[in-house]
Design a protein around this ligand. Structure first.
Ligand SMILES: Nc1ncnc2c1ncn2[C@@H]1O[C@H](COP(=O)(O)OP(=O)(O)OP(=O)(O)O)[C@@H](O)[C@H]1O
Ligand SMILES: [Mg+2]
Length: 246
């Protein structure tokens, strides 16, 4: 297992009162999987992504990334893990506007102690892999939304992370560019990249091979059904157990 989350709780403090946001979240992801985590706004998706990406720690529970106990690591070690093991893709690309596509993609290589002489070739290869070999010297404002997202994906992959974590990767894109990004994710997954994608869009989630749902901080696998009151609930994969009301 590459990701193992066990009984994760996350509370935020509001006026000194803890507000529970993630409630007993447990799941595992195997190397090479392509997983979508779906849920409505405010359900805890980004909170969960921040924990998986080691940007934030849970209030309680355990999280192992490729066998490493994340809650037992120092801040310095967590930065190293983020840099070397996780590739992040965000809705709004988060490219540096004053740097070219190539410079943006080279940046994580400088944090991972990759020899200076090798960085350019590795970044060029990553940009070619996402279909941007012709636009390496363009600045972000000279690229379309879909192209910017592909630069961000190249940047996320350049250190060969254990997992590509994407939070609403198509959220800022038109339909065609969104489809292109989904095609690219499909291709990368076929090449062995493990992907965890967060989305509120069922059409996007359906591109993944496995879909989980998060509703009000509770995660479940399986599908939505309506209960006797017409309220949507999630069923466990075996179809038997009710996990959460919307
Ligand atoms: N730093 C914080 N302090 C207090 N509450 C927070 C904080 N961050 C998030 N929350 C609360 O936690 C809940 C989940 O937020 P989160 O950002 O994880 O939702 P989300 O599923 O990503 O939503 P969206 O689809 O709108 O991005 C929300 O109710 C939010 O108000
Ligand atoms: Mg969010």
């Amino acid at each position: 297992m590459i990701l193992e989350l066990e009984s994760i709780y996350k509370d935020y403090q509001q006026d000194e009162i803890p507000v529970p946001v993630l409630k007993n979240v447990s799941f595992s992801v195997d190397r090479g999987e392509y997983v979508a985590i779906m849920g409505p706004s405010g359900s805890g998706k980004s909170t969960l992504m921040n924990i998986i990406g080691c940007l934030d720690l849970p209030t309680s529970g355990s999280y192992h990334l490729d066998g490493v106990d994340i809650l037992a690591q120092s801040d310095n070690k967590l930065s190293e893990i983020r840099c070397e093991r996780i590739g992040f893709v965000f809705q709004n690309f988060q490219l540096l506007p004053g740097e070219t596509a190539l410079q943006n993609v080279m940046l994580p290589l400088s944090f991972s102690n990759t020899p200076r002489s090798e960085r350019k070739a590795i970044a060029e290869k990553a940009l070619k892999r996402v279909g941007l070999g012709e636009r390496m010297n363009f600045y972000p404002n000279q690229l379309s939304g879909g192209q910017k997202q592909r630069v961000a994906i190249a940047r996320a992959l350049v250190n060969s992370p254990d997992v590509l974590l994407a939070d609403e990767p198509t959220g800022a894109l038109d339909q065609k560019s969104g489809r292109d990004v989904m095609d690219l994710f499909h291709q990368l997954n076929e090449e062995g990249v493990t992907i965890v994608m967060i989305t509120h869009d069922a059409g996007i989630a359906n591109h993944a091979k496995r879909v989980m749902h998060i509703i009000d901080g509770v995660i479940g696998e399986g599908k939505y059904v309506l209960d006797e009151n017409g309220e949507p609930v999630i069923l466990e994969a075996d179809g038997s157990k009710e996990v959460a009301h919307v």
